[in-house]
Design a protein around this ligand. Sequence first.
Ligand code: HEM
Length: 453
Amino acid sequence: MTRPSPGYECFRRWTQSYGDVYTFWLGSTPYVMLCSYDIIKETFIRDGDTYVDKIQQPFQEKFRGGSYGVVETNGAMWRDHRRFALHQLRDFGLGKDLMQEKILIEVGEMFKQFDATQGAEQDVPKVFDVAVANVINQVIFGYRFDGEKEAEFKRLKEIMDFQEKNFNNFKTILAVFIPGLGRILPGPTIDELLDSYKTTFYTFFDARIEEHRAKIDFDSIESQDYAEAYLKEQKKRESTGDSTSFCDKQLSNMCLDLWLAGLMTTTTTLSWAISYVLNDLKVLEKVHEEMDRVIGSDRLITTGDKSQLPYMSAVVNECQRCANILPINLMHATTQDTIIKGYHLPKGTGVIAQISTLMLDEKIFPEPYKFNPDRFIDEGGKLRKVEQLVPFSIGKRQCLGEGLARMELFLFLSNFFNRYQMSPSSEGPPNIDKSKDFGILPRRFSAVLRKRS
Ligand code: HEM
């Protein structure tokens, strides 16, 4: 393979050596990496339809029982379900106050947990994990993990920890893409890993779906959550003779995609965000100075305050840039023959918009590994818009949950910082070195919180 092994710095160096378009081979499959904003704009934005497909990975179909969900599907299946999910997210209150209300309830619950143990070292990411899980589970299944449901979350968390532990290393990625090699590597095979992971998740989703089916009122117009809206749409389509496009298997797989994409990305970003700030407490001082000047109390901060809090927004931007949670973005495929910079790419060629390299481009972000929110503040003290900040990717497959994620990051972080003074635990600030990681894992750490007066 290569030295250093594939990861942020390796992709950055390859871009410096080979230019902003080069080929990266995973097993026997070539992927064309697009590594500058100009080339990504020229392809994924200006010619979006040509880059919209996903490479079909055999292990995905095996895992899902066919081509299902929204993250891995192509054509009408992908288009229909992406549109439907976006529509439901809007109906549940994105852009209105409803979603914000749900998130602020979680902020309040989170405060109760942190307040109860203030002054002592506490596991901060653990509390954020539950808060974010409650938000996405409300969207999909309409309830929070409180009271007797707490055990449910504990079980799901165990599976996610299992996934984190077993799937975020280069050996496993190699085994996925080069199955022959996977069979001779030590440890459990990919099939064994996927089997245990899959059974638990689908069992959870299918049980929730059956509960919905048992109590659904098909005559009610409003739906409380995604699963209810889906079952109604399924019935509507079946009545017109279409029994395939909104089938049961697709519902389980949509729940899986929304749940996993909605939870792990956001919790990982939040844990990195707090880790960066714990490593540079001067940033927290500046946040507090802005909060005291603009908010001046412990009232809940809402999205209505955002335009008055440019430094806070710059902190969120810089946390997303540095967290840079996908060292390799998801793999796309060309839908037709095309030409990039004079190179001919036949239909079906793997193409990757390399957003992690873009967010570490030193021409745009000098000293790219330095955590520096001020890079997003202009001379007039206002928030500076930087096109190259693309943590949610670009083009027709751009993150489906971007609106929800942005709202969660701003509301969770701004309210958390406004309420607490924070200091590292006796172990010191969390480790923020990513140089040895291929995948990116959430940070696990404790910190001491004290309510600000
Ligand atoms: C900080 C949080 C998040 C980050 C950084 C993030 C980032 C991304 C990225 C980079 C992609 C790949 C786009 C591409 O293929 O080019 C993606 C896709 C996706 N994300 Fe997110 N995401 C976040 C939160 C969420 C949330 C909250 C949801 C769910 C509500 C979600 C659902 C999805 C889905 C379903 C896709 C696949 C879209 C498609 O293929 O059409 N994400 N996300």
